[in-house]
Ligand binder design. Sequence first.
Ligand SMILES: [Zn+2]
Length: 216
Amino acid sequence: MNFLSSLISLLFPFTCPECGKALKEGDFWCDICLRKNLNIHLINSSFNEYLDGCYTLSNYDKGIRRALIQLKYNNQKSRKKSIEYMVESFNYWDRFKKYKLVVPIPLSKQRLEERGYNQVDLIFKDVFKRKNFFYKSNLLIKKRNTKVQSKLRKKDRKENMKNVFIVNKRFNIKDKNILLLDDIYTSGATMLYAAKALKKAGAKSVMGFVVSSGAI
Ligand SMILES: [Zn+2]
């Protein structure tokens, strides 16, 4: 890093998650890097009896992968801005019209205490509140701690997530259309079991929305 870029990063410490270049105030990606990372689509394997499919914004790779890891494991909450910016780049908001109730995948009580925050809330809460959705962080409850999905083999991932979610009894979700949020979609087991819990509690339909998907 030369003197000038050191000075710039000192004055404007925010860097692009992809190329590491210092950004000017108010920017959270280089335009080119953001475009490289965006890959908005419905995940092929996400349609099942509980879930009406799941939209993803990107492949779990490159800059967005780095940003998510920094937010989740390195306690770099400033990365929220880059990921949030990517969420706002979503261009099919009209497809979410019927899903007024928005529910993030929760952490277990133990994990929440360790990390101090649910990264899914950091990523989505402000955006969805600005867009006048009903965002309910405490609607789903994760009953126990599970192993990190990415460290398990595919066949063990379903077993790991089985019946781990329940719906908070304070909420009546009968006949509600629910948008279910998570940061990363890998095998789809997390989304599947969370959607199953929502459907069992009476939800009419559940649609997924994640930042990233794909192999780890
Ligand atoms: Zn960049």
